[in-house]
Design a protein around this ligand. Sequence first.
Ligand SMILES: [Zn+2]
Length: 218
Amino acid sequence: MGLIYSGKLWMIQRFISGFSNNSYLVTCKETNQSIIIDTPKNPYELIDAAIKYDVRGIFITHGHYDHIEGLVDVYNNFKVPIGIGQNDANTLPIKPIKKLKIDNLSIYRFGNIVIRSIKTPGHTPGSRCYLLPSESPGSEPHLFSGDTLFPGGPGKSSSYNKLLEIVDSIKHLYTLPNHTVVLPGHGEFITIKDSKKESDEFLKKPINPKMYGEITWN
Ligand SMILES: [Zn+2]
């Protein structure tokens, strides 16, 4: 819980609630403009922290209930635009006044915060990851990976084809810089470099067509 990154331009705080869900608050240090990533159940610590800043948007990684169960609470506090991948949009429990359009590789700016959406279908059809690029030479990019990529394996898939889809999405994420820190929707963090190392053997072989569900790399 708490501060996990503080750079020149922005900082990232993490909160845990709901079904061991992570939510994140990204704040521009100069303007206090902030964005929220995911809204699990009982998001009270998130809200208590976020009301100190100028919240401008809520970004949802995907439409599974545990990531949006606290959305009404969060939205009622801030009344800001909400973004979710189009194919997951029907899961939102409310109709926001304004929606953020979350296409592939769209870029959003809030104060000095620059955040890019990346289409990563597989876990759900509308899954998105959100990338905060390196803010200065040497600083780590951060990727909010939702339930697409975790330490140890991909997010849950509901069929073999969905597993192939999420693996493709992950291979695309592997084109990000090696020192990118992956911040998933549950649990702890991993770098792209370490994730590549973990999955190397798995990805070299063809995937067994009977395989899907909760997969680990080994
Ligand atoms: Zn999920």
